[in-house]
Write a protein of this length. Structure first.
Length: 582
């Protein structure tokens, strides 16, 4: 159990002050609870033996005072311990999010989004309940039992022995059922992750589902997964349903034995009526802690299962991170020279995507990369900001291996427009300003103008304040691409990478965007992945990538004169334009 809870120790240590204050409140609360049965016993004996009204009144006043102290201490206990669990939940959620933000792309290829979301919500809530209610109820049960037991033994050792005799039965039941609860809850959480992932994928791909008229099929599939989740949950409910009655039976058996034996001892005069009353009050006060034991066991088993699932994410080491002893300072500014030196790259143990690529892009120059689908163009440019990690020494920036550059410095100097455009479900202004939070409205509008999107944005009812919806669903493909280009331009990067960023716009719009980009491209390294010759010819040089190798390299005119893939592509697109024109 402790090994599974070990990941929480740093958080508990961080809030040890809260826990100490909570422990003090627990001690005072349970001390007042122990005093109450003793006062009740004295009051009963005073009535039986003396019958003095003043003594009874004094005991009543003392009981009311003790009850008030107990109420205040209980309030403090809940406020401090439950509050500490909320604080730890806050820190744990932040740390989990920060850990996920550091992970590489491959991590999210291996973990489904729904599973990650389930762990960050449902599992995190189970951990909070473990750190709050479970600890509080456990502490109260242990402290009260330890404090009350000496007084109960003092009243009657024999009676105490008989009263606690059935407790080993409860211990065995708790051990057996607790293990099964833990196992079942792990399966339930795994199924909850499956359901979350399925729902997330359907919501994200809702247009595809509707386009293929698969709504009913997806609903049936979700119902089947949900039915399995319910089946597993009900199995856990059945286990819990057995645990609670068993504990109640054990407690009831203890009280029956107490009444039988204790009543007999009162008749024999071995204990007074007041002592027997105190003893019975102690037993009644033990009722809730004993019944809460099943609830606490449930919380502990759920919580430990969830701690393991969260810790799996927290322990995941980013596959791409800063190397120790970087040769470059964090505040350095790259000039922008990029070199691929005999670069060979493959995804895991798969086939080679890039094979022996040798290419130098001088600082401040522009390069267009063309080639057939699957030739490795996107993979090549993803290696520059280290979204993917190339073998050591095969990608260099300003003559230094790329791993010697701090990630923050490297990525701060790069403006990247990925092939798959992503916009956040916020305003157009915020999407363009992503990465430059202090950008002024004038700077945002200028970036949009250069991306040839400003005029269209201003036609929207709320202009740059227009909300774009989930993943920018309210914008067309071309509008999303141009917004993404504006976002990259606003960063004023030393290196600008456009991964097929003009694929969704027509040739006229493409020309307008390129006009705006020519000014942006001056004195900065620019890489354009293009499928159109009209885009590629605007670059200083053009590289043709075929089957992971540089097949051709030169200017537009040089490649046309050389023949090969580029010349064939040019002729094909020229013919297509002539056909369209006719």
């Amino acid at each position: 159990m402790l090994d599974k809870l070990r990941p929480l120790f740093p958080y508990l240590n961080r809030y040890r002050g809260h826990l100490v204050r909570g422990a003090v409140a627990v001690l005072f609360y349970n001390a007042s609870k122990v005093v109450m049965p003793l006062l009740i016993g004295h009051a009963v004996d005073d009535v039986v033996h003396h019958g003095v009204q003043g003594i009874v009144a004094r005991n009543v006043i003392l009981l009311v005072a003790i009850a008030c102290v107990a109420a205040v201490c209980l309030y403090a206990t809940r406020w401090i311990l439950i509050g500490a669990s909320r604080e730890i939940e806050y820190d744990l959620r932040n740390d989990l999010f920060a850990s996920l933000e550091k992970q590489s792309i491959t991590f999210f290829h291996e973990h489904r989004t729904g599973d990650i979301m389930a762990r960050a919500t449902n599992d995190l809530n189970a951990v909070r309940q473990l750190l709050g209610p479970a600890i509080m109820y456990s502490a109260n049960t242990v402290v009260f039992t330890a404090a009350a037991l000496p007084f109960m033994i003092r009243i009657s050792p024999r009676l105490t022995l008989l009263a606690f005799l059935p407790l080993p039965i409860a211990s065995v039941v708790v051990q057996l059922m607790g293990r099964r609860i833990h196992q079942r809850f792990e399966r339930i959480q795994a199924m909850f992750s499956e359901i979350s992932a399925k729902a997330q994928e359907n919501f994200s791909g809702v247009r595809l589902v509707r386009a293929f008229a698969q709504e009913e099929a997806e609903v049936r599939s979700f119902e089947e997964a949900n039915q399995e989740y319910i089946r597993r949950s009900l199995f856990l409910v059945r286990i819990m349903a057995m645990l609670w009655p068993t504990l109640e039976f054990v407690l009831g058996l203890s009280i029956v034995l107490t009444l039988l034996v204790g009543g007999h001892q009162v008749v024999l005069g071995r204990v007074t009526a007041g002592q027997f009353t105190s003893y019975m009050v102690f037993m009644v006060q033990l009722t809730f802690p004993m019944l809460a034991l099943g609830y606490v066991i449930n919380l502990f088993q759920r919580g430990t299962a969830s701690v393991v699932r969260i810790d799996e994410l927290m322990k995941a080491v980013p596959s791409i991170q800063d190397e120790s002893g970087n040769a470059v300072a964090i505040d350095a500014v790259p000039q922008g020279e990029i070199e691929f030196r005999n670069l060979t790259f493959a995804y895991g143990s798969g086939p080679k995507i890039l094979d022996g690529v040798n290419l130098t892009i001088p600082a401040g120059s522009s390069l267009a990369i063309v080639g057939p689908t699957g030739s490795g163009k996107t993979t090549l440019v993803n290696l520059i900001p280290r979204l993917l990690d190339a073998p050591a020494g095969e990608v260099l920036i300003d003559g230094l291996p790329i791993r010697e550059w701090p990630l923050a410095t490297l990525r701060r100097a790069i403006g990247f427009v990925p092939q798959e455009t992503f916009l956040f479900s916020t305003s157009i202004r915020d999407n363009i300003a992503f990465g430059v939070p202090d950008a002024t409205d004038e700077q945002i509008e200028e970036a949009a103008r250069r991306a040839h999107i400003a005029a269209e944005i201003l036609e929207f009812p709320h202009g740059f304040g227009t909300l774009v919806g989930e993943r920018g669903v309210t914008l067309s493909g071309g509008q999303k691409q141009r917004t993404s280009i504006a976002r990259a331009i606003l960063r004023n990067p030393r290196v600008l990478i456009l991964d097929d960023a003009l694929a969704s716009v027509d040739t006229y719009t493409e020309e307008q965007i390129l006009k705006g980009l020519r000014e942006v491209m001056q004195d900065r390294t620019t890489i354009l992945i293009a499928h159109r010759v009209s885009t590629a010819r605007s670059a200083d040089r053009i590289a043709v990538l075929v089957n992971g190798r540089i097949a051709q390299l030169g200017t537009h005119e040089e490649l046309l004169a050389e023949g090969g893939y580029y010349a064939e592509l040019f002729e094909k697109q020229q013919l297509e334009e002539e056909i369209v024109a006719e």
